[in-house]
Design a protein around this ligand. Structure first.
Ligand code: UDP
Length: 141
């Protein structure tokens, strides 16, 4: 497996629940390193730009409202097979379908307030990382 980087966002619901540390522990225990991080209250334009691929979906406006409802914690995770590994840690989009022990099964309330975002491919990871972090803010460790 190759060393990869992926973008992770702890969404406003999980930040409000005060579980940033518990989620970081899961990344660390799975061998993923945080190589960039910042807390940020996204503007509407930033949230719309990030989720532009979903612009035509019926849930787009609600998703943007939710993502700007409070601060988020944004991080770049690095590790062997980081993209898939993070998706496995997250669990299914709908927490009702997420496997026991996954972040969404344990911390998410609904399909829209679902605790975390994670890049779904290596290609999208590169785009999403660049959306939030200049290369100089990502640290080799
Ligand atoms: N979403 C939603 N309703 C849906 C599907 C998705 O509110 O029916 C939101 C949810 O927050 C999800 C995000 O849109 O995390 C992006 O959807 P995607 O299908 O890319 O899921 P993910 O990659 O986050 O699991």
């Amino acid at each position: 497996m190759a060393l990869e980087r992926t973008l992770s966002i702890i969404k406003p619901d999980a930040v409000a629940k005060n579980v940033i540390g518990q989620i970081y522990t899961r990344f660390e225990q799975a061998g993923l390193k945080v190589v960039a991080a910042k807390m940020k209250h996204l503007s509407r334009a930033e949230a719309e730009g990030f989720y532009a691929v979903h612009r035509e979906r019926p849930f787009f406006n609600a998703l943007v409202e939710f993502m700007i409802s409070g601060p988020v914690m944004i991080q770049v995770l690095e590790g062997e097979g980081a993209v898939l590994k993070n998706r496995e840690l997250m669990g299914a989009t709908n927490p009702k379908e997420a496997a026991p022990g996954t972040i969404r099964a344990d911390f998410a309330d609904s399909i829209d307030a679902n605790a975390v975002h994670g890049s779904d491919s290596l290609e999208n990871a590169a785009i999403e990382i660049a959306y939030f972090f200049p290369a100089t803010d990502v640290y080799a460790r």
